[in-house]
Design a protein around this ligand. Sequence first.
Ligand SMILES: [Zn+2]
Length: 108
Amino acid sequence: MSRLRAIRHCPDCGQTPSPDPLGRLLCACPGKPWAWDGGYPGTDEERKKIESCGFELTTDAAGEVYYCWNGHILYLFSDGTWDSDKAPNGMTLEEYLNSVSAVQGEIP
Ligand SMILES: [Zn+2]
């Protein structure tokens, strides 16, 4: 797994775009369009590894595909990038999954 972290902040306003109630991705810049490919499950190998860390693959009503675990949302994108709302900047996907596994070990 050698995915790059998806860059999800606006170079102009610095905000991370977030979906509005209609599912459109918006930052603080009025009318700025953001592409959103909605995520995908990744390769079989990636899916096995991620599910073995406790994540569950989910497809929501808007058709977005992502993994959930304990309030964490993990996206894989078809352009080879990934993102999680809970992973610190600079963390690799491997490190992130390892950190999740470590935390899980502490949950009784
Ligand atoms: Zn912006």
